[in-house]
Design a protein around this ligand. Structure first.
Ligand code: ZN
Length: 217
């Protein structure tokens, strides 16, 4: 049975896999905020369902079937976030928590209607790509803001959706996806940048969760 827990695990495994390549059960436990023992139990269950392959020293890998479910849930999540933001005016720092619930219950019919109402969008309010219905995801090469040097120009591509306080701070500075920035200084405190004629300091922690496209050359 494809329960909410199964979907959450597959989605999180997919996310770690695309960020780090390998998925260690310890990292999965940390992300899911549960004890290692319960992760191991769940991973074995997912392996029995042929949704993941688990090898002690290799970690967890999604099977084709597992990846299909993960992408479907992610598609729901990101479409719902965009629908809430665009159609209902929900602030971008609040849509994630709502989407965490909706992603599990959205019917295929409603998914298609949201997709059509939004004009078949390709990115969510945080700049993350929305997988197509067939499970295709546009993987755009990006850097973390923290990796940029003074003098580098970039465009904000994506911001992590997991921390609503960080999102509301970035929103107050107007640092949304598609915003152009120029890095002025990089210190231990963070990155000072210019955007729309204003200077802002983005703290180091936040700057590791903001992804950009380098447009210097
Ligand atoms: Zn989200």
């Amino acid at each position: 049975m494809q329960t909410k827990a199964v979907e959450d695990y597959l989605k999180t495994i997919y996310e770690i896999q695309s960020q780090q390549g390998k998925v260690a059960t310890t990292v999965l436990a940390e992300r899911m905020d549960v004890a290692s023992a319960s992760v191991t139990g769940m991973v074995k269950k997912l392996a029995d369902m042929h949704l993941v392959v688990y090898e002690r020293y290799q970690g967890v890998t999604l099977t084709e079937a597992g990846e299909k479910i993960a992408l479907e849930v992610i598609r729901h999540h990101r479409l719902v976030e965009l629908y809430l933001a665009e159609a209902l005016g929900v602030p971008w720092d609040q849509v994630h928590d709502e989407a965490e619930k909706w992603e599990h219950v959205l019917s295929e019919d409603l998914e298609d209607r949201m997709d059509a109402a939004l004009g078949h969008p390709t990115i969510d309010p945080h700049g993350a790509p929305i997988p197509t219905r067939d499970g295709f995801v546009d993987a755009i090469p990006r850097l973390r803001l923290i990796e940029l040097s003074p003098g580098q120009a970039a465009v904000i591509a994506e911001v992590s959706d997991h921390d609503s306080d960080m999102l509301s701070q970035l929103g107050e500075l107007g640092l949304y996806p598609a915003t152009e920035i120029l890095v002025l200084t990089r210190t231990a405190a963070g990155i000072t940048l210019r955007s729309k004629g204003e200077e802002h300091l983005v703290g180091s922690e936040t700057a590791t969760h903001v992804y950009v496209r380098d447009v210097s050359d």
